[in-house]
Design a protein around this ligand. Structure first.
Ligand code: LER
Ligand code: MN
Length: 271
């Protein structure tokens, strides 16, 4: 397993669950010095980014980019795929495609669909909102597939979105979409709220689990709560998971200390 953290790209001033402080270059230097294998790059609009600069800084600091994250497309700009507003959908699709192009450029990083998916309860104008979601995310997934990019669908707890809350829902959705480059990103924070058993769900997800967000039960750095990380890592090893365990946590007591405590914990538990 490899270690990562969520870090803002140069076009994102603040991410509520992103770590490290300083300029983009300083953050990359810190991630490398701490010993992380890679960073999840949080972006807002690839059109405003110097792609070559981003790639160069990450390469210089020997950091992989397992994933480009889209949370701020929704968080900052309100863009989402499942919406009754056709113009908003058009803008969300175009921006998502731009993020996929960037991910392809960054050595085929994956791209997540979390809050970017939107909500089913906004679609009162259609009889089957789930089918609309399947169709729209299938289109995004096919666009990504043609560019060698995997889309990771993240089950998210009921207080943030209203569909695909747990692994079981996620696996149903994957089956309905039916594209091999659509997988799951499993976030321990959401799983602790929505999945009856984190161990059983990780095992059930098996090869469909492409990326893992780690956090303790209180969404702080691992070790700050009561998550059974030994059970988590044992189960991931048993499923032959070789992807990233990547910190998406509240930046407390401060973003740099949270990152340092995360890697210290992971070193002990993954060795
Ligand atoms: C994004 O990965 C996530 O987990 C969400 O809770 C952010 O709102
Ligand atoms: Mn997450």
């Amino acid at each position: 397993m490899k270690t990562g953290l969520v870090m803002c790209g140069p076009d994102v001033a603040y991410g509520p669950l992103a770590l490290l402080t300083g300029t983009f270059e300083e953050k990359a230097q810190k991630a490398h010095a701490l010993g992380f294998d890679g960073i999840e790059l949080m972006v807002r609009d690839p059109a405003g980014l110097d792609w070559e600069y981003v790639k160069r800084i990450l390469q210089t600091n020997q950091l992989e980019t397992p994933q480009v994250v889209t949370g701020e497309l929704f968080g900052a700009d309100g863009l989402c795929l499942v919406t009754p507003d056709d113009e908003l959908y058009r803008l969300a699709l175009a921006r998502t495609q731009a993020v996929i192009d960037l991910a392809a450029y960054l050595d085929h990083a994956m791209v997540n669909v979390g809050r970017l998916r939107g909500r089913l309860d906004w679609m009162r104008n259609v009889t089957d909102p789930w089918a609309v979601a399947v169709e729209r995310i299938r289109d995004v997934t096919r666009y990504a597939g043609a560019r060698g990019v995997v889309i990771t669908l993240e089950p998210i707890n009921r207080y943030e979105v209203d569909f695909i809350a747990n692994v079981q829902d996620g696996l149903c959705f994957l089956q309905d979409v039916g594209e091999p480059n659509l997988g799951l990103m499993l976030d321990l924070f959401h799983m602790n709220i929505e999945d009856a058993s984190i161990k059983d769900s990780l095992a059930a997800a098996g090869k469909h689990c492409r990326h893992v967000h780690i956090a303790d039960t209180n969404r702080l750095y691992p070790g700050a709560g009561h998550m059974d990380f030994d059970a988590v890592f044992d189960t991931l090893r048993a499923t032959h998971y070789q992807g990233y365990v990547s910190a998406e946590i509240l930046p407390k007591p401060d973003p740099d200390t949270a990152a340092a405590r995360t890697i210290e914990f992971l070193r002990k538990h993954l060795s």
